[in-house]
Ligand binder design. Structure first.
Ligand code: FAD
Ligand code: NAI
Length: 466
């Protein structure tokens, strides 16, 4: 087979974006995908289906609880779960087809099958008992991640589910027990809570959303509790008895002590994800892994084998689609001899609940630990005009700036549309901007983004509306 300039293994957001960028740069490119559809975890069982269900369940909740106060009278909404799942599937199909279109448009060959690296310049692609060897100048591993499992608790994707099963339940569980108060637990917990489940979240640590700013996480927990979430912090699930009609989960305090039993119809295990390198032949090819099983790379995404690179969830760093995409672009540019680069200090994180939580840069805890002197500016949505008229005043904006230089080091937002609002902070931080720069930037009125400007003004203790 004609040699390629680049073969990318995996077509998630890391892989397909890398392939497109490489093609734009004039390379002859192929992608290898073992799944029936392109798009990886994100499009098929991750970002996109979860956002479709978050949107649909939020509309259901709003129709039931928020319309009346605005004078919109509707009869009580009725859930038709199969139709909601169909809405989700239409979204998945549309996006997956979009990636197929991008492959065609950019003249990228799609090789269906499992990719195995035979060494520099050689990838074996196997499907249905047949295999072919493809020759290429460069290889990018973009094989993503898989769910982390709990020892002794078997995921059947029916009653004990991972995120994948939780995106496709065929009825609303009466009681949903979630193990892990991370992003998946809180997003998918929100979906099923809104649709009528009783949700209990068991979290090993003494807080939710580890890694997010502590003050934001605390307020977020209070808001979720108001919505009906129950949390058991500092606790772990050690066993689930599946013998009866109802599941019986054994919960133990993380610090040790007496166990208790909680009943549930469905248990969702979401305690993180692990890099996926199965069947890639990395050991035989000599591609080194780090102690956590991630493909080891240098600052140019190069692995220990010449001409083999890796990006996305399978390497170190936050397991986020946009991080994988940016790495895909950067590695394609590096292979083309350009100066591809990812700024890991400015990678936003968003939790797509209601309200949303978004964050970029350092948290207060990180700055304290690093001994950096900082100033804080905060502004609540209760003082933002647009939020007041819409009666959506939960949350606040928090800006952390260097005490000496005023450079913005971190921005954290809890509130509706926080996931959209964070990007002005990203652009500002990408350019090394200060709180003063943000405070002096004209913001349209009336918008929720004015709260970001006011928080920047509050860094200099001169917020106007507070
Ligand atoms: P993946 O998307 O995992 O793609 C890897 C691809 O490689 C897969 O298609 C797989 O089949 C293929 N593959 C693996 N091995 C081989 C092989 N040997 N041969 C051929 N093909 C192979 N991130 C966000 O940023 N925002 C979100 O809102 C968000 N929501 C999420 C919700 C859920 C429920 C989950 C589970 C994840 C979510 N994520 C989200 C994380 C996001 O999905 C991942 O960070 C992202 O998909 C990683 O992209 P990737 O390209 O590295 O790998
Ligand atoms: P996570 O790392 O976000 O959270 C896992 C949680 O489980 C942590 O709070 C951890 O302390 C807890 N935990 C670990 N072991 C436990 C145990 N034995 N008992 C109880 N709690 C335990 O992982 P999650 O939610 O599974 O998500 C996986 C990845 O997917 C994340 O890295 C995230 O970045 C990505 N993702 C991103 C989304 C987004 O950007 N909106 C949405 C969903 C997933």
């Amino acid at each position: 087979m004609a040699p390629y300039d680049l073969v990318v293994i995996g077509t998630g957001p890391g892989g397909y974006v890398c392939a497109v960028r490489a093609s734009q740069l004039g390379m002859k490119v192929a992608v290898v995908e073992k799944n029936a559809t392109l798009g990886g975890t994100c499009l098929n069982v991750g970002c996109m289906p979860s956002k479709a269900l978050l949107h649909a369940s939020e509309m259901f909740e709003e129709a039931g609880h928020s319309f009346a106060k605005m004078g919109v009278s509707v009869s009580a909404p009725k859930l038709e779960l199969p139709a909601m799942m169909n809405f989700k599937q239409q979204g998945i199909d549309g996006n997956v087809k979009g990636v197929e279109f991008l492959m065609k448009k950019n003249k990228i060959d799609v090789l269906k099958g499992t990719g195995k690296i035979l060494g520099t310049g050689k990838v074996e692609v196997s499907a249905d008992g047949k295999s072919q060897v493809v020759e290429t100048k460069n290889i990018v591993i973009a094989t993503g991640s898989d769910i982390a499992r709990l020892k002794g608790i078997e995921i059947d994707e029916k009653r004990i589910v991972s995120s994948t099963g939780a995106l496709s339940l065929d009825k609303v569980p009466g009681k949903l027990l979630i193990v892990g108060a991370g992003v998946i637990g809180l997003e998918l917990g929100s979906v099923w809570k809104r649709l009528g489940a009783d949700v209990v979240v068991v979290e090993f640590l003494d807080r939710i959303l580890p890694g997010m700013d502590g003050e934001i996480a605390k307020q977020f927990q209070r808001i979720l509790e108001k919505q009906g979430f129950a949390f058991k912090l500092g606790a772990k699930v050690t066993a689930v008895d599946t013998s009866g009609k109802t599941l019986k989960a054994t919960i133990e305090p993380a610090a040790g002590g007496a166990a208790e039993t909680l009943e549930a119809d469905v248990v969702l295990v979401c305690i993180g994800r692990v890099p996926y390198t199965e069947a890639l032949g990395l050991k035989e090819a000599g591609v080194a892994l780090d102690p956590r099983g991630r493909v080891q790379i240098d600052s140019h995404f190069a692995t220990s084998v010449k001409g083999v690179y890796a990006i996305g969830d399978v390497v170190a760093g936050p397991m986020l689609a946009h991080k994988a995409e940016d790495e895909g672009v950067a590695v394609a540019e590096i292979i083309a001899g350009q100066a591809g680069h990812v700024n890991y200090d400015v990678i936003p994180g968003v939790v797509y609940t209601t309200p949303e939580v978004s964050s970029v840069g350092k948290t207060e805890e990180e700055l304290k630990q690093a001994g950096v002197a900082y100033t804080v500016g905060k502004f609540p949505f209760t003082a933002n005009g647009r939020s007041k008229v819409n009666q959506t005043t939960d949350g606040f904006v928090k800006i952390l700036a260097d005490a000496k230089t005023d450079r913005v080091l971190g921005v954290h937002i809890i509130g509706r549309e926080a996931g959209e609002m964070i990007h002005e902070a990203c652009v500002l931080m990408e350019f090394g901007g200060s709180a003063e720069d943000l405070a002096r930037t004209c913001h349209a009125h009336p918008t929720r983004s004015e709260a970001v400007k006011e928080a920047a003004l509050a860094v200099g203790k001169r917020a106007i509306h507070m």
